[in-house]
Design a protein around this ligand. Structure first.
Ligand code: SF4
Ligand code: SF4
Ligand code: FES
Length: 232
């Protein structure tokens, strides 16, 4: 099948602002948008710049806007999309080139919530045990692949780039609700601020955008509830 793509281009060395260019490629109906974009890059214009790695929805590197919605290009089939398929970089970050955005601030916020297990208790002889019910409390948020589709779909983030954003809250949730972790106070201090969870207005864009189907808004509500009632 013939697939028409309309891709936003921006080369900071020669363009003053982004513009769109149109391309047509031959695809199999089972091809994903990433396959179509790679055909453009491989055959029509090698200067097209994008991030991708695994091509299987695991690494989180090819988040982009496809027909106006944040998605992973490797997870969506071309046959299911209206043509021309309009492809733009994630919104709210500075564009480095074409579909590549500067994610430095995104990863700074991620690091600010201390996304790793902390426990200074003496190391037990075997693993630190936890019941199935305790594990279940943070099961959903372990699925996050840091693609930024949620944060860059969030109107609160667009209006305030300092907002820590749903992805960092999801990562904090994963450790806040882990019975083995002992650094809850430090994480909650970061989130209990003007730029923390209270910036969220519960608009649900983040849950809709998540390619891992994480219930992002629910995770944020659980963190808010715990800040209000101090019940972790
Ligand atoms: S629910 Fe909160 S974090 Fe998610 S998109 Fe809405 S305002 Fe942003
Ligand atoms: S919560 Fe979902 S959308 Fe947000 S960064 Fe993680 S995987 Fe991506
Ligand atoms: S390329 Fe890894 S998630 Fe799409």
């Amino acid at each position: 099948m013939k697939v028409e793509l309309r891709i936003q281009r921006f080369n900071p060395e020669k363009d003053s602002k982004p513009h769109f260019e149109n391309y047509a490629v031959e695809c199999e109906p089972t091809d994903r948008v990433l396959d179509a974009i790679l055909q453009v890059k491989g055959v029509l214009d090698g200067s097209l710049t994008l991030r991708k790695s695994c091509a299987h929805g695991i690494c989180g590197s090819d988040g982009m806007q496809i027909n106006g919605r944040n998605m992973l290009a490797c997870k969506v089939l071309v046959k299911n999309l209206k043509q021309p398929i309009v492809i733009e970089p994630l919104k709210g970050f500075k564009i480095v080139k074409d579909l590549v955005v500067d994610m430095k601030s995104f990863f700074e916020k991620y690091r600010s919530v201390q996304p790793y297990l902390q426990n200074e208790d003496p190391v037990p002889e075997k693993e630190r045990l936890q019941s199935p019910a305790e594990r279940e409390r943070f099961d959903d948020t372990t699925k996050c692949i840091l693609c930024a589709c949620c944060t860059t779909a969030c109107p609160s983030f667009w209006s305030d780039p300092n907002y820590v954003g749903p992805a960092a809250i999801v990562q904090a949730h994963r450790f806040l609700f882990d019975s083995r972790d002992k650094a809850k106070e430090e994480r909650l201090n970061v989130l209990d601020s003007r730029e923390g969870v209270w910036r969220c207005r519960t608009i649900f864009n983040c849950s809709d955008a998540c390619p891992r189907e994480i219930d992002v808004t629910r995770a944020i509500s659980e963190v808010k509830r715990n800040l209000l009632f101090k019940k972790l």
